[in-house]
Design a protein around this ligand. Structure first.
Ligand code: GDP
Length: 424
């Protein structure tokens, strides 16, 4: 398998970081192709526990080159802070193992400000943004009103471009939101402080990837967030502002000519969701509390308690389809070990009829879950390393999910550590 994408099938936080960390060994280049620092991948390895937000998860593997592609929202400040944090735990990050696309756009301080101002204006109709500036950033990118990372290499050009953008952006900040405008001095100090630090990492990553492909190197594409948060295919408007699906990976990475051979879709053995929006299989009260505690479901970036519920086979099947997944990694199976009976959201009910089709976003809030139960296994499975080590009830659960979503489950994860995995 020459090239592979690892993507989330559900609402995000499925354990993609853990899967990338596991399989980066087989790849030479790990590429992030969309999103910004608004979510987090948690990776646990021999160096400790890391919450990565912008850095590709291959950063821990010696010899792996990590690329932030043109589709990524590069926030110089949070990227630099993250690099310093990861370095402080003994990881080497140099222009040799981290490359930032010169065509990636920069997330500027006002994007974060505007994100917060808009959520405040929306009040109880808010989207549940993490306020990292992602939506204002992508709207500016599509309006051609932000700066590309490559401009850091041309300071005179950058200064005059920023002055134009400042004039335009202050109109919105002052006139729409009645907030304090930015000054050129503030903006330039930020660029000199953080942009300068990242300058050595900025390069033509398209050219790098073309050469790497000619040299027979293998690429791993890493998504942030899951199918149901994809801008076009997710639960709009409670989506992210970019395309998280695998089909976008070649475009957002700087290698539009690349063919992806395998798409590994990561599915959690139950459901979790951060923020607002319809979440059909949601549990409340004590049941939710127990599952949240068992799975430690608190946001990697925000610490917010995640909404939780049983696995949603309707949403998961849809997620598998839009990702064109060729193989599934089922994570956190160990978390379900405390349950006597394992609940499964097998179908939806909509307008009094049972359906297996994932509804259009506007009617999704009307869908009700049809929940069925299967036997639990009630024992610790975190030490299982082979399929035969799993109790029969756990095997049946995996097989049931596999049949329902129509895609082979090739990996079953039973713990956060690198080796807590069963290959199937
Ligand atoms: P990502 O954004 O998709 O990478 O997911 P997150 O990092 O936000 O959430 C996954 C969380 O589950 C992390 O804390 C992982 O360390 C943890 N994790 C991943 N796989 C497993 C597993 O199989 N079992 C358990 N108990 N934890 C896991």
């Amino acid at each position: 398998m020459a090239n592979c994408a690892i993507v989330g099938i559900n609402w995000g936080d499925e354990g993609k970081g853990r899967m990338v960390d596991l399989i980066t060994d087989h790849y030479d280049v790990v590429i992030r192709y969309q999103g910004g620092g608004n979510a987090g991948h948690t990776v646990v390895n021999e160096l400790g526990k890391f919450a990565l937000h912008l850095l590709p998860s291959g950063i821990f593997r010696p010899g792996v080159v990590n690329v932030l592609g043109n589709g990524v929202a590069v926030d110089c400040e949070s990227l630099w802070t993250e690099m310093e944090d990861v370095r402080s735990k003994g990881v080497s990050i140099t222009p040799e193992n981290l490359k930032i696309s010169d065509r990636a756009s920069l997330l500027l301080p006002w994007h974060r400000l505007l994100d917060g101002l808009e959520e405040a204006r929306l009040k109880d109709k808010k989207y549940g943004s993490t306020k990292q500036g992602i939506a204002p950033f992508y709207s500016d990118k599509f309006q051609k009103k932000t700066v590309q990372a490559g401009e850091l290499l041309y300071p005179e050009h950058l200064k005059s471009h920023l002055a134009d953008l400042l004039e335009w952006k202050n109109l919105t900040i002052e006139k729409v939101y009645n907030a304090k405008p930015y000054t050129m001095d503030e903006l330039w100090a930020w660029i000199c402080g953080f942009g300068e630090k990242l300058r050595p990492y900025v390069c033509d990553t398209g050219a790098f990837l073309r050469q790497a492909q000619q040299d027979g190197k293998r690429f791993l594409f890493e998504a942030q967030l899951g199918s149901l948060r994809d801008l076009d295919y997710g639960i709009y408007p409670y989506t992210t502002s970019s395309n998280a699906i695998a089909a976008y990976a070649p475009v957002g990475s700087g290698a539009p000519w690349v063919k992806i051979d395998e798409v590994v879709g990561v599915v959690k053995a139950y459901s979790s969701c951060v923020g607002e929006g319809p979440f059909t299989c949601e549990w409340f009260g004590e049941d939710a509390e127990k599952l949240r505690e068992a799975g430690n479901e608190y946001g990697a970036k925000t610490g917010r308690p995640r909404r939780v519920g049983p696995i949603d086979l309707v949403a998961t099947r849809y997620g598998v389809e839009v990702q064109a997944a060729t193989c599934i990694a089922l994570t956190k199976l160990d978390v379900l070990s405390y349950l006597d009976k394992i609940p499964i959201c097998a179908h939806y009910e909509l307008d009094g009829k049972q359906t297996d089709a994932f509804p259009f976003p506007a009617v999704l809030p009307d869908a009700k879950p049809v929940v069925e139960y299967v036997d639990g296994w009630k024992c610790d499975i975190s030490g299982a390393r082979k399929w035969e080590d799993l109790p029969a009830a756990a095997q049946r659960y995996v097989e049931l999910v596999e049949r329902a979503i129509g895609c082979h489950i090739g990996y079953v994860s039973v713990g956060p550590e690198r080796d807590s995995i069963i290959l199937r």
